[in-house]
Write a protein that binds this ligand. Structure first.
Ligand code: ATP
Ligand code: MG
Length: 232
């Protein structure tokens, strides 16, 4: 299997506080991989290190076999990495379609019609102001905008956080569809049912360190691991 992204002994700090510790992980092309762990474990920081938003101190971030640890965020975006964060970066004064059009890029394999096929809800709301969308719809718009840029890897930070159960289901279906289309995804997510459904492999972070790694079938049976490291 071809590794798209590899972290090799990566460390990250906020001032003197060492929040990501010798983290190594790998995401192969076409895989969905989760990064799990309790609040404050370092999951978002790990994503920010990958995306060049927090400096990688010691260790390396490898992208398609090349060291990208020192690249700036916009360069990484151009390389095909897309981070979708909790605070959804949409333009509330534009319509839904306006937001999508701003994100469109020439040469991207993703067109507006593809987006509307996957997110029929966004098509229904295309003339609405984006600021009026529900939380779930805003999350869909944020993912749609990232897709239009034609990324090779989606980094998703808690996409279902704060959403009603029926919307979570819908979003999980949509992510499953995107993954089935061949998208590679690194997912930070608290909802274990969603994780187990979508992912091929799982990593758990605890106090900045990887304490577990397993395939989805292994993880499904690992009740002790979930009790020990996750809030279940
Ligand atoms: N900008 C910051 N400055 C200083 N400390 C920070 C900053 N961001 C996060 N931290 C701290 O770093 C540690 C890891 O935070 P991080 O946000 O990566 O955790 P997380 O696993 O994403 O948690 P959550 O599940 O709550 O989102 C925490 O102790 C947090 O308080
Ligand atoms: Mg977080």
């Amino acid at each position: 299997m071809t590794a798209l992204l590899e972290l090799e002994g990566v460390n990250g700090y906020y001032g003197a506080s060492h929040v990501v510790r010798d983290v190594s992980l790998r995401v192969n092309e076409g895989e969905v991989v989760t990064l799990l762990g309790r609040n404050g474990a370092g999951k978002s920081t790990a994503l920010k290190i990958i995306m060049g938003m927090v400096r990688c101190q010691r260790g390396r971030v490898m992208w398609r076999g090349r060291d990208v640890s020192a690249l700036a965020t916009h360069r990484l975006a151009r390389e095909g990495l897309a981070l979708i964060v909790e605070d959804r970066r949409i333009f509330s004064l534009l319509t839904v379609e306006g937001n999508l059009r701003v994100a469109m890029r020439r040469g991207s394999p993703w067109q507006l019609s593809d987006i509307y096929r996957i997110f029929p809800r966004l098509e229904e709301r295309r003339r609405n102001g984006a600021g009026k969308l529900s939380g779930g719809e805003q999350q869909m718009l944020a993912i749609a905008r990232a897709l239009l840029n034609g990324p090779s890897l989606l980094l998703l930070d808690e996409p279902t956080e704060g959403l009603a159960p029926v919307i979570v289901e819908h979003l999980a279906d949509t992510l499953a569809q995107i993954a089935a289309g061949g998208m590679t995804i690194l997912l930070v997510e608290q909802n274990l049912a969603v994780c187990e459904r979508l992912a091929n492999r799982h990593y758990i972070l605890e106090e900045g360190q990887i304490v577990y790694h397993g395939s989805s079938p292994e993880f499904r049976l690992a009740d002790h691991v979930k009790k020990l490291y996750l809030a279940v």
